[in-house]
Design a protein around this ligand. Structure first.
Ligand code: HEC
Length: 222
């Protein structure tokens, strides 16, 4: 196997590797009402807009998050790297058994979520976290053995739901919506059931609302 992951088919490999690496090392790492209202407003106009509104209802954003529609479908925040309301809160480097980097994980959220967390110690309703998983390039540079950004692989997205809005949706539970997007088709959400796809690996972080907050000291810095 090559030491660097540069092909886009590494997306699945990285997800699979993340499953093995993270679960295996877990112990040692210690460590719509608005849509309904819009629809009823439309009823008093002509027939055509009514039909249109009904068919597009599922695409209406839920009031609490621009990334969640009225049915609880989660979309990927696309422009967070260029959006001044977003900020990087931490990163992880995953190495394989040879000590070589095989994944760089960058975690982002909004400034509003950071401010609210600093004030209350919890993620506010609607808070969205994106973990961007990148393949890693590696080489010896003048600073040592260095790993840097390879191809985009996957994005893990979590949206805080403090009200249990989507009890019947298998991507929602434990106070969060859970979603996964892959680089070969970034618009398509591919997780099917958070209990099977996500939850077990987040159990070590259960006491901190399922989030590995130790890597995000910015959340507690004043
Ligand atoms: C193989 C175990 C594993 C699986 C499966 C997994 N996660 Fe994680 N996740 C982790 C670990 C460990 C971290 C922090 C360290 C890292 O990134 O390697 C993390 C970090 C995250 C983060 C950054 C915030 C945080 O908790 O630190 C998000 C967002 C996230 N995961 C969402 C998801 C979603 C959504 C799913 C399911 C689609 C999922 N994860 C599946 C282990 C996993």
């Amino acid at each position: 196997m090559k030491k660097t992951l540069t092909s886009s088919k590494s997306a699945a490999a990285i997800f699979a590797a993340a499953l093995i690496v993270s679960c295996g090392s877990e112990k040692s790492s210690s460590g719509n009402d608005a849509a309904v209202q819009r629809q009823s407003e439309a009823v008093s106009t002509t027939a055509a807009p009514v039909a249109q509104t009904q068919t597009s209802q599922a695409q209406q954003p839920a009031a609490f998050s621009p990334y969640v529609d009225a049915d609880g479908n989660i979309s990927r925040p696309e422009n967070f790297l260029n959006d001044p309301n977003w900020t990087h809160i931490g990163n992880w480097t995953i190495v394989n058994e040879n000590g070589e980097g095989n994944g760089l994980h960058n975690v982002y959220t909004t400034y509003d979520a950071v401010k609210a967390y600093r004030a209350s110690g919890v993620f506010p309703d609607g808070a969205v976290l994106v973990k961007e998983v990148l393949g890693a390039n590696a080489n010896n540079l003048t600073t040592g053995r260095v790993h840097w950004k390879g191809d985009n692989a996957v994005w893990f997205v979590m949206v805080k739901d403090a009200q249990g809005r989507f009890a019947d949706n298998p991507l929602w539970g434990e106070g969060w919506g859970w979603a996964l997007f892959q680089a070969d088709n970034p618009a398509k959400q591919v997780a099917t059931d958070y209990k099977a796809d996500c939850l077990e690996c987040h159990v070590p972080a259960k006491d901190t609302d399922w989030i590995y907050v130790q890597a995000y000291p910015v959340l507690s810095e004043k």
